[in-house]
Design a protein around this ligand. Structure first.
Ligand SMILES: CC(C)(COP(=O)(O)OP(=O)(O)OC[C@H]1O[C@@H](n2cnc3c(N)ncnc32)[C@H](O)[C@@H]1OP(=O)(O)O)[C@@H](O)C(=O)NCCC(=O)NCCS
Length: 243
């Protein structure tokens, strides 16, 4: 098992926020000056609650996933997403109806909705970003060594980033690669594109905010400053379902 690199707070991840997460009251205000980031655990196959508030198309999608573990992760992530959105929509998780963009980005199927959201999951963690200031994109990756970083970077990143990555020692390389990668995915997800159709350079008005979702998971959040200030990130934790 590769060792997480971010636990050493003097290492490459030292400059990033490792926030504490609050468990909020059920009535939540979402001002334009804030972006809400929710974290929740994705229970493994044996731990997962048997009842999940999914729609028939989500159940059908889950049934097409052959691996029990991946199937359960999809169910848990969608359940967590629905529970978060229900707090803002003030309804039950089951009542949320989704529609999908050309590349699969889920949105709530309502014309007069006052917030946007995006979901990411990795390992046993789920993150949902919620915004009242326009679209958001979020991505999450475990900080651990992985193969072919330079080859993937050459395919996905602009020349200035490649130059910078080329001269880094191994642990800094993994971290900086993942910082760029999560930014690329968050930007892609903000735009609702597919990864291989994403612009290689960020639209200049788009801002990326990185943080550590926990010591060994880096996350990036893409949003558009409205007006030209960065939103305050509020970090919220969803309590586990115990039934
Ligand atoms: C979007 C994408 C970059 C996400 O990559 P990932 O790292 O594997 O997954 P993440 O954990 O970050 O995010 C997954 C979640 O993002 C959301 N999502 C899916 N497609 C999205 C898109 N195009 N834009 C924004 N969010 C998207 C979903 O909620 C998804 O979770 P779920 O399907 O389990 O509910 C990648 O899946 C991609 O490139 N998809 C496009 C595929 C495509 O072009 N399909 C066209 C035919 S539908």
């Amino acid at each position: 098992m590769p060792q997480p690199l971010a636990e050493n707070r003097t290492g490459p991840a030292a400059g990033l926020d490792l926030p504490s997460w609050e468990t909020p009251a059920t009535e939540l205000a979402l001002p334009e000056s804030e972006l809400h980031v929710w974290k929740f655990r994705l229970p493994s196959y044996v731990e997962a609650p048997p009842r999940a508030p999914l729609s028939p198309d989500e159940v059908a999608r889950a049934e097409r996933i052959r691996s029990p573990d991946l199937r359960q992760r999809f169910v848990s992530a969608r359940s967590g997403l629905r529970r978060v959105l229900a707090l803002y929509r003030r309804c039950s998780p089951r009542e949320i109806r989704f529609r999908y963009g050309n590349h699969g980005k889920p949105e709530i199927d309502e014309t007069e909705l006052s917030f946007d959201f995006n979901l990411a999951h990795a390992g046993d963690l789920g993150l949902v970003a919620v915004s009242a200031r326009g679209p958001v994109g979020i991505d999450l990756e475990r900080i651990a060594p992985r193969p072919h970083l330079h080859a993937i970077a050459a395919r996905m990143f602009p020349p200035a980033v490649l130059d910078r990555l080329r001269h880094l020692p191994d642990d800094a390389l993994v971290f900086e690669f993942l910082r760029e990668w999560t930014a690329l995915e968050a930007r892609t997800k903000y735009l609702g594109h597919g990864l291989f159709r994403a612009p290689r350079a960020a639209p200049p008005e788009l801002r990326i905010q990185h943080f550590l979702a926990q010591a060994d998971f880096i996350a990036a959040l893409a949003s558009k400053p409205v007006p030209a200030t960065l939103p305050r990130l509020r970090y919220l934790e969803l309590a586990p379902v115990l039934d």
